[in-house]
Design a protein around this ligand. Structure first.
Ligand code: LIP
Length: 292
């Protein structure tokens, strides 16, 4: 796992100075927390028929487990770091909108891949990230049913269950395995964008894959199992940890237009390298979505 003994290095954040030692502690705390709370998801997964409600669309699901896991994560973080800001998927849905500021901010998705969780398709993950000064410092994506913990610290590399991971070396789009998601919206403009991008890319790549979890798709790029991933319609909590894991695995993260990545923009393009991203972005059709 990443660590640093240089506890004298001090980094400015919005509300207080954070040392590398602080981030070491946060990293360890976060790894322990997702492992502990992930057991709740495993236990709930054993129930075959799961109750769910819908949120933004008829295929955007939330379960009692999403809310309970988010509360367990948020309560533990608030107890340990009472002056840090919290942004959570389910809290946001309840109307607790939280701006991203320079302050140390935890961004929490209790179950990324809720549709998978409802269907017992074993690709769901807790996504937990700490951002400070609008920069990702710590990112964890934990698939508890498969006991896979992807983790990264800024400048410290990316890991799967403690072993270093790296993106693939694929630079040619014609050789690429590309991940994408249809997403949880049935908005016609969004679906036209998804269909158009599929049609544009499909004849030019090796193939498409989808895991049904944005966070796990990004981790698959980070570990070199896929070469790129793009999606429209995401939220900050889907991407906050995964983008750091991709970058720390040596990958490239940008906006789907090729511009700088913006966590609140609802879209992302991750690739094994900038060469691959620059072949993809001109081919993608875009859709305007309200910012987070
Ligand atoms: C969902 C992702 C899914 C993606 C959706 C959404 P949720 O997150 O897992 O892969 O296509 O845009 O972000 O709602 O399950 O946390």
């Amino acid at each position: 796992m990443a660590s640093s003994s240089n506890i004298t290095q001090v980094l400015e954040t919005g509300s207080k100075k954070m040392s590398v030692g602080d981030y070491d502690e946060i990293y360890k705390f976060s790894c322990d927390l997702v492992k502990r709370v992930g057991a709740e998801i495993v236990a709930a997964s054993r129930v075959r028929e799961k109750l769910y409600e819908t949120k933004s669309s008829a295929i955007d699901f939330v379960t009692e487990t999403d809310g309970r896991v988010e509360k367990l994560l948020m309560d533990a973080i608030a107890k340990r770091y009472p002056d840090h800001v919290l942004i959570g998927e389910e809290s946001a849905v309840e109307g607790k909108h939280q701006e991203l500021t320079d302050a140390p901010t935890w961004i929490v998705d209790p179950i990324d891949g809720t549709m998978n969780f409802v269907h017992s398709f074993p690709c769901s993950a807790i996504s937990l990230a700490l951002w400070a000064n609008k920069t990702a410092e710590v990112g964890l994506v934990y698939n508890p049913t498969e006991n896979k913990l992807y983790s990264a610290r800024r400048g410290g590399g990316a890991f799967l269950n403690g072993d270093p991971i790296h993106v693939s070396g694929t630079k040619e789009l014609s050789q690429a395995l590309v991940m994408f998601e249809v997403g949880t919206s049935r908005d016609p403009a969004k679906l036209r964008c998804v269909a158009s991008n599929f049609a544009a890319l499909h004849p030019r790549i090796h193939g498409f894959r989808s895991l049904g979890s944005a966070a796990l798709d990004m981790c698959m790029v980070a570990q070199g199992g896929a070469d790129a991933y793009y999606e429209y319609g995401l939220h900050s909590w889907d991407m906050a940890a995964g983008v750091l894991i991709v970058r720390e695995a040596g990958g490239y993260v940008c906006d789907t237009t090729g511009a700088d990545f913006d966590l609140l923009s609802r879209r992302v393009l991750c690739a094994a390298n900038s060469e691959l991203a620059s072949q993809m972005s001109p081919m993608l059709a875009h859709v305007d979505l309200p910012r987070d």
